[in-house]
Write a protein that binds this ligand. Structure first.
Ligand code: ADP
Ligand code: ASP
Ligand code: MG
Length: 402
């Protein structure tokens, strides 16, 4: 649809009644400018966090299926209120849950993936000249059980809907002016990028830059959907994410910090073939995403294995690790939530030894110990003490003169 714009408003942008009213006006303006409009919204403010806390107060290890039933309610509150606000202005509007607008997902609760969208209902409503408001972050699996897409997943709902309807672009409205070269709330001197490629933003997002859900960037790239990140508080240009970007001559494009991770260590694992295979296939079967992996060489018949996981998946990962440790007669399993992953990102970074040395030097200057290092073509990451991570991020930003 040539004349369709998909807009997504995040939790802070719809956090109060006043903000909902302001967002409603903005949506109606877009519609009155001659566009068809589909809007995806997140839960108001900190609603999702509050729902998580409620669940944990009842059961420290709540079943994933019930978590999804609970968490999906947050977005249902926002779609109805936003629809009411738009109706008050005098425009035709309809709110739809994930199930109502045909968002089909896998059955992995709390981190489901969208497998398809039956757009018939949305298209019918658009044909009736209505503004369509869709609940982000949620869908249904084959059994019609409610699923959610992982924290921050509304971005992905928006891009998936934009792709399915062949919209002209997908606009992500949030509480900052666009994508910066470091989190502007941590590094006050961070600068906004006017344009950036899918690949670089994908890397930043995967490394913890919370401004976009990584899967949303992956989908946008796959369908060549132009993605615009901008503020819901002003009319500034924002950041355009697309394929061809005139590259500035800088190697380090961004710094990303992931504080939502934890480290698991398994001590004295037998040093023999098949052990790593067994551990990581058990974790994979439990759908646990594993990141940095290190195996220490003990020069004896046993090794220590450490790896990081998303903090949200720590409990399940520890359970799987304990089962593994029991089966292979490892000595013990420990975990540490006090870690963070700090990364520098940019095309061709790893080929330039100076960048790695400058990164490590910055941490040395602050007396911060590096627990694990990992690299790829376009990033270098260090696992460090979470308590000092923000300070390190600010220092490195200065050091690289960004
Ligand atoms: P929303 O509720 O709109 O989805 P999020 O909190 O998920 O908002 O994402 C916006 C936040 O992402 C910003 O407030 C900012 O602190 C954080 N952020 C982290 N890294 C970056 C970055 N590189 N550029 C912009 N924002 C970033
Ligand atoms: N409300 C969900 C969350 O807080 C989804 C989102 O905001 O994108 O994670
Ligand atoms: Mg978000």
């Amino acid at each position: 649809m040539e004349d369709l714009i998909v807009q997504k408003y995040g939790g802070t942008s719809v956090g109060t009644v006043e903000k909902i009213k302001r967002v409603a006006r903005r949506i109606v303006e877009t519609k009155n400018a001659g566009n068809k409009v589909v809007v995806v919204v997140s839960a108001m403010g900190k609603t999702t966090d509050e729902l998580v806390d409620l669940a944990l107060a009842i059961n420290p290890n709540p079943p994933s299926r019930e978590m999804d039933v609970l968490l999906a309610t947050g977005e249902q509150v926002s779609i109805s209120l936003l629809a009411m606000a738009i109706q008050t202005i005098g425009h035709d509007v309809v709110s739809l849950t994930g199930a109502q607008c045909g968002i089909q997902t896998s059955d992995v609760h709390k981190r489901a993936r969208i497998s398809g969208i039956d757009t018939a209902r949305i298209e019918r409503e658009l044909a009736d000249e209505k503004i369509v408001i869709v609940a982000g972050f949620q869908g249904v699996d084959e059994n019609r059980d409610i699923t959610t897409l992982g924290r921050g997943g509304s971005d992905t709902s928006a891009v998936a809907i934009a792709a399915a309807l062949e919209a002209k672009c997908c606009e992500i409205y949030t509480d900052v002016d666009g994508v910066y070269n470091a989190d502007p709330r941590v590094v006050p001197t961070a600068t906004k990028m006017d344009e950036v490629s899918y690949q670089e933003v994908l890397e930043m997002a995967s490394l913890g830059a919370g401004v976009l859900h990584p899967r949303s960037v992956e989908l946008a790239e796959k369908f060549k959907m132009p993605l615009i990140v901008r503020s819901s508080y002003n009319n500034n240009e924002g950041t355009i994410i697309k394929e061809d970007v005139k590259m500035e001559k800088v190697l380090v494009r961004g710094i990303a910090l992931d504080e939502n991770i934890a480290k698991i260590s398994i001590f004295e694992v037998p040093d023999q073939p098949g052990i790593a295979f067994k551990l990581f296939s058990m974790l994979a079967s439990a759908n646990i995403h594993v990141d940095m992996i290190v195996q220490n060489v003990n020069r004896t018949a046993v090794n220590d294995i450490s790896f990081t996981v998303d903090a949200d998946e720590l409990q399940e990962a520890v359970e799987v690790s304990q089962k593994f440790a029991f089966e292979v007669e490892a000595q013990k399993v420990a975990f540490d939530k006090g870690v963070a992953k700090l990364s520098v990102v940019g095309t061709g970074i790893v080929a330039n030894a100076e960048i790695a040395s400058k990164f490590f030097e910055s941490l040395f200057e602050l007396g911060i110990n590096i627990q694990t290092i990992s690299t790829s073509e376009i990033k270098i990451s260090c696992l460090i003490d979470k308590e000092r991570a923000k300070e390190a991020m600010i220092h490195i930003h200065k050091k690289f003169d960004m």
